[in-house]
Design a protein around this ligand. Structure first.
Ligand code: ADP
Ligand code: MG
Length: 401
């Protein structure tokens, strides 16, 4: 039993005085390549990581849902509690009445009830109340999608407890709906798909329009490579600021070009785009269009030539996010540049930007050197000490016990 399993069990016992019915978990994710392409109907290539959010779950007979978490800001003595039948009134209109973290699991419960209704399950009759106790080792706000991990764990647990029989893509969609409408963060579906569909040693090549997902073997270990995460400790919040602005710029760009989404443009359309748009909008568009192409190139290159060959695509992706999309920060640029100088095969910032983590694909033997080089560079620059660790492509949401 992992530490987080034990913590979730202990928290559940403190809340209810009982043993849970079961434990479910879902992973965070690293996006290998394809940033800010998901909400543009484009391509992404994330993998689920070996850091997970665990939930201990038990049914209640009073039709109420209660959530608690070992998450720092949450005093466990005070569960957030709602009647299942009140969820439809709370979300999205009155979501502000719910403390932010609890909107993730309660929002998933709300979205799943709706999905169940759509699938012809009579929600009011069959869905019992439930207690959910969370524990997690996914770093929060580090660009590793702790939000999709808590959504994925909740969705997998409730799907089983409620006997809904919904498929994984539907569960991912419920997670995204929770994040968009119950939390109010305008993110795409990449994170939830990775958290639900991940497999060990594989990435998920996802078409965010059709939701067609290909499981692609990564072969890092066989090639002697490790994927290093450099968490800059600069935190971000998706529900505020630059993320929404970037989204708006993408929608503006698509409207100017007369296409439903930037996915519908190719690199050949860029000269015309440049003529029609202001410079900032154009550069946002250029990032998304070239990034879509880089995802396709990365999957093809990986299949043909193995993981070592994708290094230059990772580097080009970072440059595009730094210069065109302008979502990097000095800490991310330093992490990427230093990792590369110290011998990384390729490196880029990952996640929504404005902080969070960089990734570097590194020869196993060089991991200590790259780590030391990044730490030294951060110290020299007067930045907070970064958190550097390896992640391994792992299984998606599942029942653990
Ligand atoms: P990330 O990049 O980690 O997904 P987000 O801002 O999207 O960052 O989501 C982080 C938020 O998700 C936290 O501030 C909290 O509200 C919620 N959250 C994530 N994991 C947990 C957890 N284990 N317990 C409680 N809340 C969590
Ligand atoms: Mg998130």
């Amino acid at each position: 039993m992992t530490r987080t399993d034990a913590e979730a069990r202990a928290l559940f016992a403190r809340l209810t005085g009982q043993e849970p019915t079961g434990l479910w978990s879902a992973p965070g994710r690293v996006n290998l390549i394809g940033e800010h392409t998901d909400y543009n109907d484009g391509f992404v290539f994330p993998f689920a990581i070996d850091f997970r959010t665990v939930v201990a779950v038990g049914a209640r007979d009073d039709g109420r849902i209660r959530v608690v978490s070992t998450f720092d800001e949450v005093p466990v003595e005070v569960p957030v509690e709602v009647a299942l039948d009140d969820l439809d009134a709370l979300f999205p209109a009155r979501r502000d009445e719910i403390v932010e973290w609890a909107r993730y699991p309660l929002g998933v419960a709300w979205a799943l009830r709706a999905a169940a209704r759509d699938a012809g399950v009579d929600a009011s009759a069959s869905l019992t109340g439930v207690d959910l106790a969370f524990s997690s080792d996914v770093p929060v706000g580090a660009g590793l999608s702790s939000s999709a991990a808590i959504e994925g764990a909740t969705a997998a647990a409730l799907n089983d407890i409620w006997g809904l029989g919904l498929d994984r893509v539907t569960l991912a969609q419920a997670g995204r709906r929770a994040e968009n409408e119950a939390v109010g963060a305008p993110t795409g579906i990449m994170d939830q798909m990775a958290a639900l569909l991940g497999e060990s040693d594989a990435g998920i090549f996802l078409d965010c329009r059709s939701l067609e997902a290909d499981v692609v073997e990564l072969g890092f270990a066989a090639a002697g490579l490790e994927l290093l995460v450099i968490d800059t400790r600069v935190t971000h919040a998706h529900s505020t600021g630059g993320y929404g602005e970037r989204r708006a710029a993408c929608e503006r760009g698509a409207a100017i070009m007369g296409v439903p989404a930037l996915r519908d443009l190719s690199v050949d359309d860029l000269p015309r785009a440049q003529e029609l748009m202001d410079d900032v909008t154009f550069r946002r568009v250029r990032h998304v269009v070239t990034e879509d192409q880089r995802v396709l190139d990365a999957v093809r290159t990986l299949r043909a030539n193995g993981p070592r060959a994708i290094g230059p695509l990772l580097d080009a992706s970072h440059a595009s996010m730094r210069d065109d999309f302008e979502i990097s920060v000095p800490e991310l640029d330093l992490a990427v540049d230093t990792a590369r100088s110290a011998g990384a095969v390729g490196a880029r910032m990952t996640g929504g930007g404005f902080g969070g983590s960089a990734i570097a694909l590194v020869d196993r033997d060089l991991v200590p050197d790259v780590t030391a080089a990044v730490e030294a560079a951060f110290a020299e620059a007067g930045f907070a000490k970064p958190h550097v660790f390896t992640v391994h492509p792992s299984a998606g949401a599942r029942r653990d016990a």
